[in-house]
Design a protein around this ligand. Structure first.
Ligand SMILES: *[C@@H]1O[C@H](CO)[C@@H](O)[C@H](O)[C@H]1NC(C)=O
Ligand SMILES: *[C@@H]1O[C@H](CO)[C@@H](O)[C@H](O)[C@H]1NC(C)=O
Ligand SMILES: *[C@@H]1O[C@H](CO)[C@@H](O)[C@H](O)[C@H]1NC(C)=O
Ligand SMILES: *[C@@H]1O[C@H](CO)[C@@H](O)[C@H](O)[C@H]1NC(C)=O
Ligand SMILES: *[C@@H]1O[C@H](CO)[C@@H](O)[C@H](O)[C@H]1NC(C)=O
Ligand SMILES: *[C@@H]1O[C@H](CO)[C@@H](O)[C@H](O)[C@H]1NC(C)=O
Ligand SMILES: *[C@@H]1O[C@H](CO)[C@@H](O)[C@H](O)[C@H]1NC(C)=O
Ligand SMILES: *[C@@H]1O[C@H](CO)[C@@H](O)[C@H](O)[C@H]1NC(C)=O
Length: 811
């Protein structure tokens, strides 16, 4: 027990949601998969809500009545490939919903039946029963659809008990068959009978009875060495009440002669569809003695798949003609290593021929073949080389569907093609076609597959494929989307895996009817040219198949691996017109803004002032404190005309004083030295001050400038000490007003080396900050006790002018 508890039970939960109504959680399907876990007992801890329990490939040998009590919701129980020897169906008494029970591949010898009403699928095949495990109760399970049985003996009395049940499928998975009572199988009432033959079964008897039993008969594991001994005896059986219309044989290993006999036998039964899969022929082919009786048949379709020959010498003509002379509707011989195929020299009724995956060559079409009813021809996976040959063959048929994929086909330009007007679909994928293939196509074609070839472009001189709706040119070497000039009705185009860097938009103009485009997995070059393509997907939602996972940038390297969807290509950088327009608009707006500022706010004035301010700022920063301290006696010296005194007193001085902490203006108690001339006084004060401020106005020029002209003449205003002097232009001075002798002043006016008093009051702020910056010297710290006064003196020699001196009076 502990061992079992310790077993790790791997449980996977499968949730199935039905479309029409979501189920409540407790009604959900729950699969517990304990397959292949070396279990010896049914685990006791299975989730009670489990609906599907897989216990296959374990070592279970006994089932207890309690094993499945807890899983009352169980619907599907798989117990195959275990070692169970005895089964009592009554243990599922409480599993009312159990409908699928698979106990195949066990060692069952005894089954105790119990009528489980819900059971639909019960598989007891491949067990060790002596006789068929059928009881009276079996006959009461009216819901049963599929029943798998096994047993060494088959007798009528067993089947009689279920004769009244109409079953879908009866599967006889036999390990051995020691006795078969003839006529047993036809007692069963089933749509399909599937028999896996054991080694020594009598094939013929089972085939006879099988054909009398069900509509579909499938027989597997047919081994000519053991099962065909008693044919001669069975040969004369008259087949009455044949029911089978579909006969499937698989895993067949036969002598050719036996296969021939089977065909001949089946030919005269009710079988319409005869399929043999995985067949190996052996022995000698000696058909001369066994000429085939083609008369009197209902056969319509013969299908041979996966055929191997164990014959060294094959009289090809005889074998091929055996089949082609059958003259039925459908014939398939695929995966048979057939190098050739022959047809009788008279017209046959074949409508569907499938010779896929053989080794047929162009030889096939070298002889005239008369197939006036052929609709579908499948020659996929052969060794055909010349398309024009196929076309000439096809032209004599009413062919609709042609599959030539996986051959070695090419088309050379000088060859003439002539296709029937009936052709609708053509599969030319996985061949060696180049661009020239477009010159050898039927104009009626609607669906064309040219996947996996060597096409580089769709040439200009292509025939007009007026009906083409679907074109697949994936896995080629196209560098651009093909336009639709040659196929105006195209609606589905696949150009996956080509070499398209940036699809041209001509395509979308010429291909108006295209509804689906698959252009994924191309090495997209994510530059501006791709922008429209990306946009297109946004407008035509759902048109591009595989969007967005298959659409990935290859270049440039920084975008490699990015989905096209996520690439952002700004309109501005991609569209030249927009770019130019944007630049022009910005320029115009800027121009207008500048003009507006110039006109409305006198921008040049501001700019000039700002320029001066920054220059001053630089200069001030350069002057060290030491220099300033040196011969300083006054902080600032202001010179102005009496006419302007009002402005000086009301505007200039208050505004200079306003500055708190950085500049303090102090008034000296002293006058000009009366013993000296005004000019001398001026020079001495200019030199004793940090800054000299001259308030220029026409009055000042006329009355005062004479005192300074010579001073400026001796000191190079613009080079040395230039930052001492501050000129304020209070009013514009017309040039003609300046006397010619004042050429210093003229130079100053020309160079505009002054601060201009703005007429506009709004600009005054900047003017003052500029002025303050100009006189903003780092005055020594000991100025706390400065007293501010204003002093004006009227001097005879300088009538009408007043000179104000300001000095730092520091204690
Ligand atoms: C359980 O798992 C095995 C492989 O481990 C798988 O073959 C089998 O189909 C699973 N059974 C069911 C019911 O899903
Ligand atoms: C069971 O598991 C073993 C290894 O665990 C594996 O080799 C074997 O193929 C599995 N059998 C089946 C039927 O899944
Ligand atoms: C089968 O069912 C019928 C009626 O449903 C009943 O009379 C008969 O006894 C049942 N047989 C067995 C063996 O259970
Ligand atoms: C088989 O079952 C079906 C449906 O129940 C019935 O129509 C048919 O007659 C039965 N065939 C025989 C041979 O009993
Ligand atoms: C026949 O053989 C092929 C490959 O040999 C295989 O894929 C296929 O499943 C087999 N079919 C049957 C019915 O055995
Ligand atoms: C022949 O094959 C075609 C195509 O597979 C199919 O449509 C048609 O029904 C078949 N005819 C018969 C008689 O099986
Ligand atoms: C063409 O043939 C290939 C393989 O032979 C197949 O994958 C493809 O689906 C076929 N195309 C069409 C349109 O049927
Ligand atoms: C193709 O047809 C033209 C005339 O239609 C003919 O001159 C030419 O020889 C033909 N080419 C081949 C290879 O048959």
């Amino acid at each position: 027990m502990r061992f079992i508890r310790n077993i790790y039970v791997f449980c996977s939960i499968v949730t199935s949601v039905e479309c029409w109504a979501p189920k409540l959680p407790e009604e959900r399907e729950l699969t517990t998969n304990c397959s292949n876990m070396s279990l010896r007992k049914v685990p006791t801890d299975v989730t009670p809500t489990t609906t599907t329990l897989d216990l296959s490939f374990n070592l279970l040998f006994q089932l207890q009545s309690s094993d499945f009590r807890s899983v009352s919701k169980l619907k599907v129980l798989i117990l195959c490939h275990n070692r169970i020897q005895e089964l009592n169906i009554k243990i599922f008494e409480l599993n009312k919903e159990l409908r699928y029970l698979d106990v195949s591949y066990n060692r069952l010898k005894i089954v105790t039946w119990y009528s489980l009403a819900s059971l639909r699928h019960l598989d007891l095949s491949f067990n060790d029963f002596d006789t068929m495990p059928i009881c009276e109760e079996t006959g009461n399970m009216s819901r049963l659809e599929t029943l798998g049985l096994s047993g060494a003996k088959i007798q009528k009395s067993d089947f009689q008990k279920i004769a009244h049940l109409h079953l879908n499928t009866i599967f006889l998975g036999l390990r051995t068959l020691s006795h078969y009572e003839e006529g047993s199988l036809p007692i069963l009432n089933t749509t399909k009978l599937h028999i896996v033959l054991p080694m020594n079964a009598n094939f013929w008897v089972l085939l006879h009875d099988g054909i009398k039993t069900s509509k579909i008969l499938e027989m597997a594991n047919i081994d000519g060495k053991n099962q065909f001994v008693s044919y001669e005896i069975q040969q004369n059986l008259i087949l009455e009440n044949a029911k089978t219309s579909i006969l499937l044989l698989s895993k067949v290993d036969l002598l050719w002669d036996d296969l021939h006999l089977i065909f001949q036998f089946v030919w005269h039964t009710s079988v319409e569809y005869f399929q043999i899969q995985n067949v190996t022929f052996g022995g000698k082919v000696d058909l001369d003695h066994n000429s085939f009786d083609y008369s009197n048949t209902v056969m319509r379709t013969i299908k041979l798949e996966h055929v191997h020959f164990r014959i060294f010498y094959i009289p090809q003509d005889k074998i091929y003609l055996l089949f082609t002379k059958m003259d039925i509707e459908n014939l398939t011989i695929s995966n048979a290593q057939m190098p050739h195929m022959l047809f009788p020299n008279y017209p046959t009724r074949f409508q569907y021929l499938n010779f896929a995956n053989n080794i047929l060559t162009d030889e096939l079409f070298k002889r005239t073949i008369q197939l006036p009813h052929l609709k579908t021809l499948i020659l996929k996976g052969n060794k055909l080389e010349t398309l024009s040959l196929v076309s000439r063959f096809a032209n004599n048929t009413p062919l609709k569907h042609l599959d030539l994929s996986q051959n070695l086909l090419q088309h050379k330009n000088d060859e003439n093609c002539s296709w029937p007007e009936t052709l609708v679909t053509m599969n030319l994928s996985s061949n060696k076609f180049a661009d020239s293939v477009f010159r050898c196509l039927p104009t009626s074609i609607q669906i064309l597959d040219l996947n996996d070839n060597q096409i580089q472009t769709v040439p200009k001189e292509t025939i007009h494929l007026k009906s083409l709706r679907e074109l697949n040119v994936a896995f080629n070497f196209l560098t651009d989307l093909p336009g639709c000039s040659h196929f105006s009705r195209l609606s589905i185009l696949n150009v996956e895996m080509n070499l398209i860097l940036s699809p041209s938009l001509d395509f979308f103009q010429s291909c108006q009817e295209v509804k689906t485009l698959n252009a994924g997995k191309n090495p997209f070059w994510c530059t501006c040219e791709l922008k429209n393509f990306i946009q297109l997907e946004k407008y035509s939602k759902g048109m591009m198949l595989g969007w967005s996972d298959s659409y990935i940038c290859e270049y440039p390297l920084n975008l490699k691996g990015t989905k096209l969807k996520d690439v952002h290509l700004p309109e501005l950088s991609c569209n030249t017109a927009v770019l130019i327009v944007t630049i022009v608009v910005i320029m115009v707006v800027l121009g207008i803004a500048v003009a507006f500022c110039c006109l409305h706010f006198d921008l040049p004035w501001y700019l000039r002032m700002l320029g001066q301010w920054t220059q001053t700022w630089h200069r001030v920063r350069k002057t060290t404190q030491e220099q300033l301290k040196r011969n300083v006696q006054f902080h600032a010296f202001i010179s102005y005309s009496e006419h302007d005194s009002l402005w000086v007193k009301n505007e200039l001085i208050p505004n200079l004083e306003k500055e708190d902490g950085s500049v303090l203006i102090c008034l000296p108690e002293r006058n000009f030295d009366s013993g000296k001339s005004i000019s001398e006084n001026v020079i001495s004060f200019v030199e004793k001050s940090y800054k000299s401020i001259f308030v220029l106005s026409p009055n000042f020029v006329q009355s005062e400038w004479c005192h300074y002209e010579f001073y400026f003449a001796h000191h190079d205003f613009f080079h040395e000490n230039s930052d001492h002097i501050i000129l304020i232009l209070l009013e514009p001075i017309p040039f003609y007003c300046i006397p010619t002798r004042y050429h210093r002043l003229k130079v100053l006016m020309e160079k505009k080396a002054y601060l201009e008093w703005p007429k506009d009051r709004r600009k005054c702020g900047l003017f003052w900050s500029n002025l303050r910056a100009a006189i903003n010297v780092n005055v020594p710290d000991t100025r706390e006790t400065c007293v501010l006064q204003t002093f004006t003196e009227l001097n005879e020699e300088s009538r009408g002018s007043s000179i104000s001196l300001m000095r730092t009076d520091c204690l």
